[in-house]
Ligand binder design. Sequence first.
Ligand code: PMP
Length: 452
Amino acid sequence: QGQVTKDFDKESLLDADRSHMWHHMSPYNPNPMIVTEASGSWITDIDGNRYLDGMSGLWCVNVGYGRQELADAAYEQLKQLAYFPLTQSHVPAIRLSEKISEWLGEEYRVFFSNSGSEANEVAFKIARQYHHQNGEPGRYKFISRHRAYHGNTMGALAATGQSIRKEKYEPLAPGFLHVPPPYCYRCPAGKSYGKCNLECAQYYDQVINWEGEKTVAAVIMEPTITGGGVLVPSPEYMPKVREICDKYGVLMIVDEVICGFGRSGQKFGHQNFGIKPDIVTMAKGITSAYLPLSATAVRAEIADKFNEQGNNLHFRHVNTFGGNPAACALALKNLEILEEEKLVERAEELGAELRAKLAFLADHPYVGDIRSFGFLMGIEMVEDRNTKEPAAPAKLTQVITECKKRGLIIGRNGDTIPSFNNVLTLSPPFTTTSDDIDFISQVMKEAFDTLA
Ligand code: PMP
């Protein structure tokens, strides 16, 4: 711990923050929490208050805070080789690409960038170029889902299915279409699970037909829509979409930015559904967010189309920082920790424990639905359990505030229509203990009790 982080005066820092900082998502936030240190699942603010970080930052600090081994891996690599562009190669990137293929269970070729948004942009460009090289240059459209979030850049934002995030920035990249999400609690087709024909998956078939199958390049989906309110699909959904993609020669891009690296209880979220994507994008948990890094993994068979012959087949995309050696070395150490401490299996157990200990919430008059996927959870709040009218925004704010007062940070997500932003979220680090889960459960109980 150096002077930089220890020597501070809160009021002067807040003054400087107000004058110079532009916070993410916030128009003006005069009193941000200034976080100064963290260890395991717990963060400490400038006043010395400790909080259990129930969101792992932004669903990303999977192995928990304060891991000396991760800092050392980056430090050692920075001393040996701080940088070289990936137009050539370096050892940490080679080893990491090999490891990612191993985790995916077959041969993929990996393109490195710095953020989830960039990884998705790369996936879109590769998908379009693949079809060019496959003799079908007319395939340029992408199908995503309403409520999905895929990033903040013009293509990734176009793929995002939340209108309020987009409305002041349009026109975005053209060619992005959306289908309704799999959302059994509010089934877009008005059916109920078990008595439906998987309409949520069939929408793809219809849209591909109506648009013209030879115009569609790829679909993009998360294994579970996370930022859009934790919408967990039925077990049959992803296999059905895979089948439809195969039927029409459409590529399947799976966005594992949140669900990857153990969060789902498997190495990657899609492995819960027994399918093989054509392209997998990943970020966040790849380094447990200790350094920026993302990756776009492309099935070897598709990547091979780029190597057939001639320069015109090259993928013309370069990213200066993408695959920085220190970030790759740190990511490798992060994956080693996940393996050695059996944290992927642990995430599955923690998810089950969290579900069991929060099961009492299912009876709460303002809780409509509780959904979980591995070690992440969404609690959808309603005004009335019969009409399913979304809970007033103030009720969610109250639960979040009461949790924070008691030392627990939780998240909030959902649709972008403000009244539908009604899902509380939890996605704690895998270092969370059983005692921590008892703490989460006790605090959530007290916070919900204040609504009575
Ligand atoms: N995809 C998903 C599913 C995400 O949740 C996010 C970020 N929350 C992104 C992509 C974009 O990642 P980044 O913020 O690193 O650009």
